[in-house]
Design a protein around this ligand. Structure first.
Ligand code: GRF
Length: 209
């Protein structure tokens, strides 16, 4: 079983989707830690309700950035984490954590990277940018985390068509539904392959269900 930690700051719907998928009989991964900078987040509430171990680590608990980085690294090591998933985690991981878990940290982003990634491109702003650009196709990406925002190697993507009359909110809703399928599919595939993350893949719909 691949031991997974999910880092989430707010709602945590991707974390829930991942946890639910981990309960399937053929799942090869298990969510063993939910870590958040926000102790009252939906992600943490869900984890407590489902008896998933939680850890609250933030600028309040650790005002010094290096000790915060070390606390996160330590928590991941203590739980013998194989794969770190950031899903709606609004903080940048420190260098000690990134180094310790090099090539074992993935993030989900609600666009077809490299389009609409980078600093300031998060949440509804991503979908606003898609509409502003007049894109006819958007989607979701799962990528490796490196030292920049949204620049690590893309592991998998899935398209979501932009529909006439879409608002940022309606597009966000459809992309999020796809994220809830894509993320568990990628984690399962990494768990099955157990090796280094595979080459970039563009997963067609039929490969995900
Ligand atoms: C998702 O759209 C994810 O791609 C982005 O932040 C959002 C988090 O949503 N990074 P949730 O907390 O998983 O519901």
């Amino acid at each position: 079983m691949l031991r997974v930690a999910v880092l989430a700051s707010h709602t945590g719907s991707n974390m829930r989707a991942l946890h639910q998928a981990s309960l399937a009989p053929d799942a090869r991964f298990i969510v063993v830690l939910v870590l958040s900078n926000n102790s009252g987040s939906g992600a943490m509430e869900y984890a407590r309700e489902h008896r998933i171990p939680t850890q609250h680590v933030s600028g309040h608990t650790h005002p010094d950035p290096d000790s915060l980085d070390q606390a996160i690294r330590r928590a991941l090591l203590d739980h013998k984490i194989d794969l770190v998933v950031t899903a709606g985690y609004m903080k940048r991981l420190g260098s000690a954590t990134r180094k310790e878990f090099a090539d074992r940290i993935i993030n989900i982003h609600p666009s077809l990277l490299p389009r609409h990634g980078g600093p300031g491109r998060y949440g509804i702003r991503v979908h606003e940018a898609v509409l502003m650009a007049g894109d006819t196709i958007s989607g979701a990406s799962v990528h490796l985390v490196d030292e920049e925002y949204d620049t690590g190697r893309v592991l998998a993507q899935r398209d979501v068509p932009v529909l006439p009359g879409d608002t940022a909110e309606s597009l966000a809703q459809r992309v999020l539904a796809v994220e809830h399928q894509l993320l568990p599919a990628v984690v399962q595939s990494l768990a099955v392959n157990k090796a280094q993350p595979a080459r970039p893949a563009h997963l067609p719909e039929s490969d995900i269900s």
